[in-house]
Ligand binder design. Structure first.
Ligand code: F6P
Length: 365
């Protein structure tokens, strides 16, 4: 009897609520058509010596949809780092790509489903060029992947931010304080914008709209003078003041590398020096990435998983699933990577927020 068609799946880059929904959907769809699924551990690293994978059955993936993270494990960067920073492309060494291809050939893998963000999808593209059939699944809490209206993980992150703001509102009002909440979002402010809107923020600062410190001070003073007992400022980790660079921190685990983070701390110190109200900052960091996915992210992850298997069936390698006009579609990975999707400063959502008096720090209030 001929052995069943076998495909591989891996999750790469930062983890994201909804990844397990993708894995489960891939396994269930494959089991319906008699295909076998191998799940590689720790992202692309699992393809290299020592090769690490497990056979994923329906039973193994039962009950995982509601779990955060990824049952396969993941690696951010590692030996496959195709991207070293925004717009900064690096070729993966040919010997690394060839070793990964050898693993896929030896295991007789028809195609590899690669779930990842911009950098991990760039890796999929290079593997595809090296002769491994790859299909991409866009994954990002930041909602910054081009060629898809949204991705799973974003809604869960936004819900986390909204919940945090709800909690901070009550304590801020009690103490008459200014709260500065820092969200993830390196080059795109989607989480800060949507989380801020959902939580009822008064000031939202995003990378796409450089802010002026003194305008933020004035906006807060105006609001407090009008009798409000608190002000909620939401700032994306990649937000910058006009004429200033990103706020970064050294990464102890990766000497020489810097991580974004800490802009809320700087801003809060400045505000505290100018305002007569107490100011506090909180960095939500990985709380936004952990925990269970929302129903929306479970459904989107599930639909992406089914769509990815269908792309393999259709032989549409080098493509990734995408979400457009409420439908699952596909686009060449090459068209999606290397250009992130940022918040349009004059787009509907920002304009709606401005129409309600939410301040972005860009104009004198
Ligand atoms: O790309 C997703 C993201 O969550 C960014 O918003 C954030 O800057 C980064 O990952 C943090 O990654 P790490 O967990 O590797 O520090």
């Amino acid at each position: 009897m001929a052995s069943p068609t076998r495909i591989g799946i891996l999750t790469s880059g930062g983890d994201c609520p909804g990844l397990n929904a993708v894995i489960r959907a891939v396994v269930r769809t494959c089991s319906q058509i008699g295909w076998e699924v191998l799940g590689f551990n720790d992202g692309y690293e699992g393809l290299l010596d020592p090769v690490r994978y497990e056979v994923l059955t329906r039973r193994r993936t039962s009950g995982i949809m509601q779990l955060g993270g990824t049952i396969l494990g993941t690696t951010n960067r590692g030996r496959f780092a195709a991207k070293v920073g925004h717009g900064d492309k690096a070729r993966i060494p040919a010997e690394v790509l060839q070793e990964a291809k050898r693993t896929c050939d030896q295991l007789e893998i028809k195609a590899l489903i690669c779930c990842g963000g911009d950098g991990s999808l760039s890796t999929a593209l290079q593997l595809q060029e090296a002769g491994v059939n790859c299909v991409g699944v866009p994954k990002t809490i930041d909602n910054d992947i081009s060629a898809t209206a949204t991705s799973f993980g974003f809604d869960s992150a936004v819900n986390c931010v909204a919940d945090a703001i709800d909690r901070l509102q009550t304590t801020a009002r009690s103490h008459k304080r200014v709260m500065v909440v820092e969200t993830m979002g390196r080059y795109a402010g989607w989480i800060a914008l949507y989380g801020g809107l959902a939580g009822g923020a008064d000031v939202i600062l995003i990378p796409e709209i450089p802010f002026h410190y003194e305008y933020v001070v004035n906006a807060i003073n105006q609001r407090m003078a009008a009798g409000y007992r608190s002000t909620m400022v939401v700032v994306a980790e990649g937000a910058r003041a006009v004429g200033e660079g990103f706020v970064t921190q050294a990464d102890a685990a990766k000497p020489g590398e810097k991580r974004l983070g800490g802009v809320s701390h700087h801003l809060t110190e400045y505000l505290a020096s100018k305002l007569e109200y107490e100011c506090r900052n909180i960095i939500l960091a990985h709380l936004q990435r952990g925990g269970e996915p929302t129903a929306l992210d479970r459904i989107l992850g599930t639909r992406f998983g089914v769509g990815a298997v269908q792309l393999v069936q259709q032989g549409k390698f080098g493509h990734m699933v995408s979400y457009q006009d409420y439908k699952i579609d596909s686009v060449p990975i090459a068209e999606a990577v290397g250009q992130i999707k940022t918040v349009p400063p004059d787009g509907q959502v920002v304009m709606a927020a401005k129409a309600m008096g939410i301040h972005f720090g860009d104009i004198q209030p």
